[in-house]
Design a protein around this ligand. Sequence first.
Ligand SMILES: [Zn+2]
Length: 110
Amino acid sequence: MLWRCGVCGYIHDGEQPPEKCPKCGAPREKFVQLDDEQAQLVTRSRFSNSLHVRLIELARKMEALAEEGIKDNLDPGCVVVFKAAREQARVLAQMAKAEIQTHISKGKWG
Ligand SMILES: [Zn+2]
């Protein structure tokens, strides 16, 4: 069962809500059990959200690699490729962040 803290939104997995919220300290009474539909949405979204986070990490690594390539500056052709890689990495990271934000606003989080 999933329980959401009514004060801060912390999601707890368990048969019962926690004694108090580990994040904000709100008492057990502040927790509300998610219905099946909400719980399924949260459970299903956890995997997708973790993939988006990993994608952002990879994009950051690609951006750093591209920076090295630009600095290395072997020839103009290399720099074109590395500048394109840097730009695409930034766009991808921002797209993934925007998607996570959409998930949060639709309750696909937790
Ligand atoms: Zn809380």
